[in-house]
Write a protein that binds this ligand. Structure first.
Ligand code: ADP
Ligand code: ASP
Ligand code: MG
Length: 447
């Protein structure tokens, strides 16, 4: 098989939110000449409405969600001129929507995938109306996953096989597919977790041997922190895989946390840009020029702090192994860890866990020692280079926080981050104070 170089372009929810946004995104595809795969998200707000529908016990609430979703899709269908070629597929999707109500597991994943399935149908048509050879190809024929509904784990080898066959069968065409969506080996639709369209784009790029991935969104790249929290935040021209991966993991919503894994495996640069202003953007790649002591700040809300205290830990071995194997048995993912002589403190994020701390888990944990659980916390991460070898870093960071209480600090495991917890309510202020001190004042001094 001789497949030409491939580019993968992904358009997020705001970039396909309505006919106008869809048009801007379609123009960006039209401006590129490489053969490519286009990945689209559901129009902004549609997946939230589908989640609402999947949980709506009250029939009236369910109908309100369906109406909202139907109206959003009807907008595209009418604006595209109600093309005959789309009618059958569009009506089938509407029928599927009408048949859906509260659901879980496999049924829920199928329901949540509807937003992307509508989006890709309309986006492919929009490209064809611009004269491009676009073909809608469902992601269930491309992205192979296990049967872990809600958090499908990709099967990289099978995905590669399917993508290579599709590229070979459709040479010269632009394949338009859904982000966020895959299928298990029985053909059941799965989803990759909220925000998973970025991950889809990177997985497809890996499978297609692409040389470049573009993530098109509503901000001009990765910023020094979330520009919604700090209007003075600045876009970064380039960032290393390692730094960007830390930022995505610790809460920079602009990239799904797993997006960079496939890109790193195949060394594929990832560009992030804005469909509202396509000039500029961030390139994430293995090597970047120069060292950046402080690159960016991230905030992740809804953290749980679990403390296990046991005198048995003193001078003993195997205690940590027992604690972690218990959490692993219950598929609970741990982020930060600190230990003292007789206690261990760790943070949990329900996003990475199959379940929150259930009563059963708590009962089992109590067999290890006394348990303390604190909720309503936020994780703040400072990401940069050589942070573990930076004199004065702790003084600089914690002085900047002023009186904000810090229940846990993690530093030293990675040269690329310093992390700590604050109360959820203090999270935005912590980021604003740190940004002012470490990014704005430093810059002013340097200037
Ligand atoms: P999309 O729908 O295109 O996937 P998302 O809403 O998932 O877009 O991600 C884009 C948002 O990520 C931005 O609007 C911004 O508020 C947020 N964000 C958080 N941290 C950062 C950061 N460091 N740089 C840029 N954007 C960030
Ligand atoms: N539409 C999905 C979500 O809102 C996936 C994505 O947009 O990346 O979570
Ligand atoms: Mg996103």
């Amino acid at each position: 098989m001789n497949i030409p170089a491939t580019r993968v372009l992904k358009f997020g929810g705001t970039s396909v939110a309505d006919y106008q946004a869809q048009g801007r995104s379609a123009q960006l595809v039209a401006q590129q000449t490489e053969s490519r795969i286009v990945v689209v998200s559901a129009a902004a707000g549609v997946t939230n409405a589908l989640v609402g529908l999947s949980q709506a016990i009250d029939p009236e609430a369910a109908e309100n969600f369906r109406t909202l979703i139907r109206d959003r899709q009807q907008h595209f269908f009418e604006a595209l001129g109600e093309p005959d070629a789309l009618k059958a597929s569009y009506w089938t999707l509407l029928e599927e929507l009408d048949a859906c109500g509260p659901c879980l597991g496999q049924e829920r994943d199928r329901l949540l995938s509807l937003g992307e399935r509508f989006s890709s149908l309309f986006f492919a048509e929009r490209l064809r109306q611009l004269g491009l050879p676009a073909l809608q190809l469902p992601a269930r024929f491309l992205i192979a996953t296990d049967s872990h509904f809600g958090q499908g784990e990709p099967d990289v080898a099978r995905t590669r096989q399917q993508v290579q066959i599709a590229l070979n069968d459709h040479q010269g065409e632009i394949l338009v597919t859904e982000g966020f969506v895959g299928a298990d080996s029985d053909g059941n639709i799965t989803t990759l977790g909220r925000g998973g369209s970025d991950y889809s784009a990177a997985l497809l790029a890996e499978a297609a041997d692409a040389d470049w991935v573009e993530i098109w969104t509503d901000v001009k790249g990765l910023y020094t922190t979330d520009p919604r929290l700090v209007p003075n935040a600045q876009p970064l021209a380039e960032l290393s895989f390692a730094q960007a991966a830390e930022l995505a993991t610790f809460g920079a919503k602009v990239l799904h946390p797993k997006t960079l894994w496939p890109a790193m495996r195949r060394d594929i640069p990832v560009f992030i840009g804005s469909t509202l202003d396509a000039s500029g953007g961030t390139v994430i790649r293995r090597e970047v020029s120069g060292e950046r002591r402080y690159a960016a700040l991230a905030l992740r809300k809804n953290q749980t702090l679990l403390k296990i205290t046991s005198p048995e830990m003193l001078y003993s071995y195997g205690f940590l192994a027992r604690a972690f194997s218990l959490l692993a048995k219950h598929h609970i993912s741990v982020d930060l860890v600190t230990t003292s002589e007789i206690s261990i403190a760790l943070t949990l994020d329900e996003r990475g866990s199959e379940q929150a701390l259930s009563l059963q888990v708590l009962e089992e944990l109590k067999e290890l020692g006394s348990i303390e659980v604190s909720e309503g916390l936020a994780l703040v991460a400072l990401v940069g280079d050589n942070l573990n070898a930076t004199p004065q870093i702790a003084a600089e960071v914690f002085n900047a926080l002023g009186g904000i209480n810090v229940p846990l600090i993690c530093h030293g495991a990675s040269p690329h981050n310093l992390c700590f917890l604050v109360e959820d309510k203090d999270g935005p202020l912590a980021i604003q104070r740190l940004h002012a001190r470490l990014f704005e004042q430093r810059q002013a001094v340097a200037a």
